[in-house]
Design a protein around this ligand. Structure first.
Ligand SMILES: Nc1ncnc2c1ncn2[C@@H]1O[C@H](COP(=O)(O)OP(=O)(O)O)[C@@H](O)[C@H]1O
Ligand SMILES: [Mg+2]
Length: 339
C-alpha cells in the first residue's frame, strides 16, 4: 500500500485468548495488519486457525468468559477500539464496521419479517422516521438483488432460500453504509452457484459504495478472485501475507504452498488438464492444525512440513520480508518453498 494512504484499520499485536481447563490458549497470537480505504483484504487458513476470532475481536464480540482480548491495538482511523466504552463500541458496530456471518439463519430472528429486522437495524443507528427506514429497506433489498422486494420485505426468514437470506444479511450489514464490511465465510453454507452470486454481489457493492472489505475464507480460489491483499493464518499466527499476486504467484511459506496445491482452480495452472485426473490427484496437507493447548516449541507448522529441519523446531521463525518489501513469511527456508 502506498504510504500516502493511511489505513482505515490498523491492527497491531492482537492477542485474543480463551480460558480452558488447561489454562489460557491464544487463538489469535500477535496478529498485525492494515486495511486501506476501499481495499479488500483476505484472510485464509484451515478451520480452527483463528480467522473468526480475529474478526470478532475487531468488533469486540468475543464471548467473555471464556474469551479476552489480552493485548494489542485495533485502530479505526486512528481511534483505538479497545479503549472505547461498550456504548461507544455499539455505535461503531453496524455504523462503521459491519459483519456478515456464515450462517444467516443464526443471525436472523425467525419471528420477525426480514423487513422489520432491517428497519430496526436502520433505526438503531440513524435518525430517520420509521416510514423512511421502511422505504430504505425496500431499496436495500432491491439493491442486493432480492426478487420482488415489495413482497419479500414481509417474508419471514424461513420463507427465503439460503442465498436470499444471505442477501438479506448483506442488506442489513450495508444499511448504515459501513466503512468496513467483514464477511466471515459468507458463502460456505451455500451451494456453488449461489456462492459465486453472493461473492459477485459483495464485489459489485464494494465498487459502488467504496467500502473496505475483510473477506474470510478457507478457499484460496476465492482469495485469488476477490482480494488484493492476503493474510494466511495458521494456529493463531500470520504465517504469510502480501499482495495476492505475489503470494499466490510465489508462495514463500510451505503452508500457503500446501493450501494452493489443494485448490483445483489454482493447481490446474500447473497440473494435468483433465479435470478428473486433477481432482483424483489433488493433494491435501497431511496432518492437522496443532492443538493450541499443546503447541510445538518451534515453528507451529513443523510437524506437517516437507521442508522441516532441526532448526525449525528450536525457535519459532519471525514474520519477515521475503524477497520484496510487501511480502512476509514466517519460514527460515522460504527461498526453497515450491522449488
Ligand atoms: N468460544 C470459544 N471457546 C473456547 N475456545 C474458542 C472459542 N472460540 C474459538 N476458540 C478457539 O479458537 C480457535 C480458533 O477459532 P476460530 O477463529 O473460530 O477458527 P477459524 O479459523 O475456523 O475461524 C479454535 O480452534 C479454538 O481453540
Ligand atoms: Mg471461522
Amino acid at each position: 500500500m502506498a504510504l500516502s494512504t493511511p489505513p482505515l484499520l490498523r491492527v497491531r499485536d492482537l492477542v485474543t485468548s480463551f480460558r480452558t481447563e488447561h489454562g489460557a490458549v491464544r487463538a489469535v497470537d500477535g496478529v498485525s495488519f492494515d486495511i486501506g480505504p476501499g481495499q479488500t483484504v483476505g484472510v485464509v487458513g484451515e478451520s480452527g486457525c483463528g480467522k473468526s476470532v480475529t474478526a470478532l475481536s475487531l468488533l469486540r464480540l468475543i464471548p467473555s468468559p471464556p474469551g479476552t482480548i489480552e493485548s494489542g491495538s485495533i485502530e479505526l482511523r486512528g481511534m483505538d477500539l479497545l479503549r472505547l466504552t461498550e456504548r461507544e463500541m455499539r455505535d461503531v458496530r453496524g455504523n462503521e464496521i459491519s459483519m456478515v456471518f456464515q450462517e444467516p439463519m443464526t443471525s436472523l430472528n425467525p419471528v420477525y419479517t426480514v423487513g422489520a429486522q432491517i428497519v430496526e437495524a436502520i433505526l438503531l443507528h440513524q435518525k430517520v422516521s420509521r416510514r423512511e427506514a421502511y422505504d430504505r429497506t425496500r431499496e436495500l433489498l432491491r439493491h442486493v438483488g432480492i426478487s420482488s422486494p415489495d413482497t419479500n420485505v414481509d417474508a419471514y426468514p424461513h420463507q427465503l432460500s439460503g442465498g436470499m437470506r444471505q442477501r438479506v444479511m448483506i442488506a442489513m450489514a450495508l444499511a448504515c453504509r459501513p466503512a468496513l464490511l467483514i464477511a466471515d465465510e459468507p458463502t460456505t453454507a451455500l451451494d456453488v452457484t449461489i456462492q459465486a452470486q453472493i461473492l459477485e454481489l459483495i464485489h459489485q457493492l464494494q465498487g459502488e459504495l467504496g467500502m473496505s472489505i475483510l473477506l474470510i475464507t478457507h478457499d484460496l480460489g476465492v482469495i485469488a478472485e476477490y482480494t488484493e491483499h492476503v493474510i494466511v493464518m495458521y494456529a493463531g499466527r500470520i504465517v504469510e501475507s502480501g499482495p495476492v499476486r505475489q503470494v499466490l504467484g510465489r508462495p514463500r511459506h510451505p503452508y500457503t504452498h500446501g493450501l494452493m496445491a489443494s485448490v483445483p482452480r489454482l493447481a490446474a495452472r500447473k497440473g494435468p488438464r483433465d479435470k478428473q485426473a486433477r481432482l483424483a490427484r489433488l493433494p491435501t496437507i497431511e496432518g492437522m492444525v496443532p492443538d493450541l493447548r499443546h503447541l510445538p516449541s518451534g515453528c507451529r507448522f513443523a510437524d506437517r512440513c516437507k521442508l522441516v529441519i532441526d532448526a525449525c523446531r528450536e525457535k519459532e521463525p519471525e514474520l519477515l520480508p521475503v524477497g520484496s518489501e510487501e511480502q512476509f513469511a514466517r519460514c527460515i527456508r522460504w527461498q526453497e518453498v515450491g522449488a
